[in-house]
Design a protein around this ligand. Structure first.
Ligand SMILES: Nc1ncnc2c1ncn2[C@@H]1O[C@H](COP(=O)(O)OP(=O)(O)O)[C@@H](O)[C@H]1O
Ligand SMILES: [Mg+2]
Length: 390
């Protein structure tokens, strides 16, 4: 089975309509042309040829005649209804089959999967792709994250993707991307989420949209911190907070994405399990690098590294190689963000450095504290403190 480019529905409906008409005509014809006596076995058991029907002598209209006509019309209507119903069921089945998960589908513009048409390719990562898709019956736009075909064959990779979707599903928050549907199929593992156009904070930083960052930076940080306070309070650590995983639209609204590395904050017996060492090097907390047990303060460190990059255009540390970079997270004091951008206020710079403390005990205790503080300071000089919700 291949690429399911267009739904065959229209073609089919024309054919079936012709069928329906033909059936009705046949029924009507059969009823009309019915001879008084049809061919059949005679009393001796042998078959007689059917006589060609001779028209019955004209008779005055009778109740019998009327009844026959009514029955004929009713029969035709019933036949038509049955045909239409069958056609509709067939069309539904064919639509479902167009892009069903039973066969591997290679994402491409115009291809349909589970009723969603691939519209625009957004990004390709190490194991997955993100596409803007359009839902066939509603015309609404969504984003689909789907495993690359070669990765979809690996059970581990599928579990990884489903884990990401399940975490997202648990977290209903205005600043966290909404996961709508998960397709657990083997051939086309994917999930559908709210489409949030405009790209990531990383893009804004890379393209040096400093005016935008100046205008919305404070609000972006508050929205991200609100979402993370919620996530941590629900018992989840994101573990991969970075500018790439913060989507920002043209009005400065924020959605946090990518829960692939999210893990439950360990409590009870979970405290004895050894955590896995995962993360993105430029934003990993010292305890994350050392594979220690994590709590919300690890996300605070990554949040600060992300904020540092947002206001200065560079992460707090750069290394000659990955070892060097990790070593700096563990033991080097970051340069104050004011050094890279004199427009950053001293209060905000000091607060960032506190969130980047090597020892988690020296950081704010949770995102609620981060939010309280953010409400009392401005990020850039010459700006009023924005105490509002966003
Ligand atoms: N819901 C979405 N709406 C719009 N763009 C999205 C959405 N989710 C992801 N993207 C885009 O795809 C990129 C990669 O998404 P992400 O989930 O972080 O994948 P990866 O696992 O490859 O890091 C994001 O940086 C963003 O540009
Ligand atoms: Mg990502």
């Amino acid at each position: 089975m291949n690429l399911n480019r267009v739904s065959p529905g229209r073609h089919l409906s024309g054919k079936c309509f012709a069928w329906a008409i033909a059936m009705v005509l046949m029924l009507a014809g059969a009823a009309q042309g019915q001879p008084d006596s049809a061919g059949g076995p005679d009393s001796s058991g042998s078959w007689k040829p059917v006589k060609s029907p001779t028209p019955p002598p004209a008779a005055p209209a009778s109740d019998d005649g009327m009844l026959q006509t009514v029955l004929m019309v009713a029969g035709a209507i019933v036949a038509l209804v049955v045909v239409v119903l069958v056609v509709r069921i067939l069309m539904k089945k064919m639509k479902e089959h167009a892009g069903s998960s039973a066969d591997p589908v290679t994402p491409d513009r115009g291809v349909v999967l589970n009723g969603f048409r691939f519209q625009n390719h957004i990004s390709t990562g190490q194991s997955s792709q993100v596409w803007e898709v359009v839902e066939g019956h509603s015309g609404r736009h969504f984003a689909m994250k789907t495993l690359l075909p070669e990765k979809a064959r690996e059970a581990d990779m599928r579990q990884f993707l489903f884990h990401e979707a399940e975490v997202g599903r648990e977290l209903a928050h205005p600043n966290i991307i909404r996961i709508v549907k998960v397709d657990h199929s083997k051939h086309n593992p994917n999930f559908i989420m709210e489409f949030f156009p405009s790209g990531s904070l990383k893009l804004k930083i890379m393209h040096k949209h400093m005016d935008f960052i100046r205008e919305h930076g404070h609000s972006i940080l508050k929205q991200a911190a609100t979402a993370l306070a919620f996530m941590n309070a629900k018992g989840w650590l994101h573990r991969d907070i970075k500018p790439d995983n913060i989507l920002v639209n043209a009005s400065g609204e924020v959605r946090i994405i990518d829960f692939a590395l999210a893990r439950r904050i360990r409590t009870g017996f979970g405290l004895f399990r050894k955590p896995k060492c995962q993360g993105t090097r430029s934003y990993m907390s010292p305890e994350q690098i050392l594979c220690k047990r994590l709590d919300g303060r690890s996300d605070i460190y990554s949040f600060a590294a992300m904020a540092y990059e947002m206001v200065t255009g560079r992460p707090p540390f750069r290394g000659a190689d990955s070892r060097d970079l990790l070593r700096k997270h563990l033991s080097e004091k970051p340069v104050s963000p004011e050094f890279h951008n004199p427009q950053v206020t001293k209060e905000f710079a000091d607060f960032l450095l506190r969130m980047l403390a090597k020892k988690k005990e020296e950081r704010p205790k949770d995102f609620h504290e981060v939010l309280m503080k953010l409400k009392t300071i401005s990020v850039f000089k010459g700006q009023k403190v924005q105490a509002g919700a966003s």
